[in-house]
Design a protein around this ligand. Structure first.
Ligand SMILES: [Zn+2]
Ligand SMILES: [Zn+2]
Length: 382
């Protein structure tokens, strides 16, 4: 760093001259918490209806829940709050970019402003109006909702990257370097991710409108005997299976293979009978995802709940946790959870890990498994 000339491009990659960027940054006035909060709100204020028929029918964009609130988050909340991955900038800065957990109210937790009230209601009615029975339509809608949340998250990131780069004012050099690395990771991830995701979403949009019997849908739904203390709605590209074998390389030029995952409460509204479910789903031929599900399918039913827990923390950012459950974990168990979150959600080097660490932190029982016909054929003979 010392050898950079005043007029050279800055080391941080901003494209500005060093003298106009990081020269003497450790002595500049730090960005205030108030300014930081403004940045976060600005990013979070991205609002748009992502429904493919968005237009004249749209009403106001709402805070749509990616995990249901009534009968879902409300069942695992403590005084109206759940743990979520911390995304408030002051906390991220405090932790130097290391992911941590924070309490969030259930009106806010897992929400996104990516759909108008009309389309949110109309689209997700079949998975919001009572216990689901894992029809192809319902499994598709879980996947679609996870995908919309992911599109929203990428868009919200775009809104605040420039100001994110200013967060290192007045900080020592090593913190500057860390923050700029995070910013670059966010930028790159955004540019690559959004292009991929738009292609994927157009395919999902087509199926949403066509309702052709969902022939392209592959799903694997695990019915649980109770509401899981951890809920999740995620859309991602795992690189390894449950045995730790590599199933795809994100750096390859091959198209990235995607899968959605929802871990939900499935309480019957009338009888109030407790239940839950984990639903994996994707569209079309995706051999890497078949590998992933083959490794999951091979896990004995009694061990599948623990594998679902590992899958949430090892590869997802959009989850909510029962504070009562988490606080009752031993220090060692909490450490293991944090370690997995850290590797999966790291700003810099996400590294998925779903392999068994021996921890058994939930009492859920598998009641039944529902597999799409097309996927069933791939699992047989494995
Ligand atoms: Zn710079
Ligand atoms: Zn709309």
């Amino acid at each position: 760093m010392e050898s950079i000339g005043r007029n050279d491009p800055c080391w941080c990659g901003s494209g500005k001259k060093y003298k106009k960027c990081h020269l003497d940054r450790e002595n500049q006035t730090p960005v205030t918490l108030n300014e930081i909060e403004q940045v976060r709100k600005k990013g979070g204020s991205w609002q748009k209806c992502l429904h493919p028929e968005a237009g004249s029918k749209c009403d106001k964009v709402v805070r749509a829940h990616s995990v249901q609130r009534q009968g879902g988050l409300s069942r695992i909340a403590r005084e109206g709050h759940v743990y979520q991955l911390e995304h408030r900038f002051p906390k991220i800065l405090q932790n130097k970019g290391t992911p941590s957990l924070g309490l969030v109210g259930i009106k806010e937790a897992t929400t996104f402003t990516g759909m108008c009230g009309f389309h949110d209601n109309e689209t997700f009615m079949p998975i919001e109006s009572g216990a689901v029975s894992f029809t192809p339509e319902q499994c598709f809608l879980f996947a679609y909702r996870s995908l919309c949340k992911e599109v929203y998250a990428k868009q919200a990131i775009r809104g605040n990257t420039e100001l994110f780069r200013e967060l290192d004012k007045g900080q020592p050099k090593e913190v500057q370097a860390a923050i700029q690395r995070i910013a670059t990771w966010r930028n790159t991830g955004y540019a690559e991710g959004v292009a991929e995701l738009e292609t994927v979403k157009s395919e999902y949009d087509r199926i949403l409108l066509e309702s052709n019997g969902y022939v392209d849908l592959r799903y694997y739904a695990v019915e649980l005997d109770r509401t899981p203390e951890i809920m999740c709605s995620g859309f991602g590209s795992p690189e390894t299976d449950f045995d730790g074998n590599r199933i795809q390389h994100l750096a390859d030029l091959e198209p990235i293979q995607n899968i959605s995952f929802s871990l939900i409460s499935n309480v019957e509204h009338v009888s109030n009978e407790d239940a839950g479910a984990g639903v994996f789903a994707w569209l079309g031929e995706q051999p890497a995802m078949e590998c992933l599900m083959r490794s999951f399918h091979g896990i004995p039913d009694a061990e599948k709940p623990a594998a679902l827990v590992r899958y949430v923390f090892g590869g997802h950012e959009n989850f909510a946790i029962s504070p009562e459950w988490y606080d009752a974990r031993t220090a060692e168990e909490q450490q293991a959870i944090k370690q997995r979150i850290l590797s999966g959600a790291s700003w810099e080097y996400p590294q998925h890990d779903f392999t068994d660490d021996g921890h058994r932190t939930v009492d859920w029982q598998v009641k039944a498994v529902h597999i799409s016909k097309s996927l069933e054929a791939c699992l047989v003979g494995s």
